[in-house]
Design a binder for this molecule. Structure first.
Ligand SMILES: Nc1ncnc2c1ncn2[C@@H]1O[C@H](COP(=O)(O)OP(=O)(O)OP(=O)(O)O)[C@@H](O)[C@H]1O
Ligand SMILES: [Mg+2]
Length: 201
């Protein structure tokens, strides 16, 4: 499968989503079958991998040779990628994931990303990221509003937690970190992975 993670918005968790979905797939299907592809000139995922001591899966530039040897590619893109470049990635893709926070400032560009790509015929799913922890109901309310608007949104959302700052600085995913906050976070990614890959693997 080829999954592209993209949105016009910056800082909405695209790279974090790509890293954690790749980690989920590596755990489930074997590290050798998965590559995380960094198609952002900022090289967020390549830098993240370089800070870690040996990821369980390859993290490669989109220019790398041999990408076709992997069963699964998770492709991280820049915010507001060049439409020709994104079109090229989506031509080969099975699924587009569009992360967005529950803020209207991010939702509007996320919906615009979706509308702009409908013509390409690739299946797209929204994912709510950086959601305030309970007791905030904002994520749940946003999910309901998106469903009412018939936007294809995943049921599992991702909570904002400090452990992501440790994950980014140590080149790990939250499933590799100790502590309750990290383990709760990894449970969210596993549930999200099950939801995304149900009937797709
Ligand atoms: N659930 C979360 N809780 C707390 N911090 C998070 C969470 N998800 C992402 N972050 C942090 O928010 C910042 C932005 O996340 P990320 O780099 O994944 O976004 P992005 O959409 O890829 O950004 P860009 O548009 O710059 O590529 C990072 O510092 C990341 O560690
Ligand atoms: Mg990024």
């Amino acid at each position: 499968m080829i999954i592209v993670v993209s949105s016009r918005s910056g800082g909405v968790g695209k790279s974090t989503t790509a890293q954690h979905l790749a980690a989920y797939l590596a755990q489930r299907r074997g590290a050798g079958s998965v590559a995380l592809v960094d198609a952002d000139n900022n090289e967020t995922c390549l830098d993240w991998a370089a800070r870690g001591d040996g990821q369980r899966f390859e993290v490669l530039s989109s220019e790398a040779d041999g990408l076709d040897q992997y069963d699964h590619l998770i492709i991280d893109t820049a915010a507001a990628p060049d439409s020709g470049e994104l079109g090229g990635l989506l031509a080969e893709a099975d699924l587009l994931l569009i992360p967005t926070t529950p803020s209207a400032a991010d939702l509007s560009p996320a919906i615009a990303t979706h509308q702009g790509l409908e013509a390409d015929g690739v299946e797209a799913l929204f994912l709510l990221t950086l959601c305030a922890p309970r007791p905030s109901k904002r994520a749940e309310q946003t999910l309901q509003a998106m469903r009412s608007a018939e936007l294809p949104v995943l049921s599992q959302s991702i909570t904002r937690r400090e452990c992501y700052l440790d994950a980014i600085s140590t080149g790990q995913h939250v499933g590799q970190l100790k502590g309750i906050s990290a383990s709760k976070s990894w449970e969210e990614w596993k549930a999200l992975g099950r939801e995304v890959f149900k009937r797709r693997l």
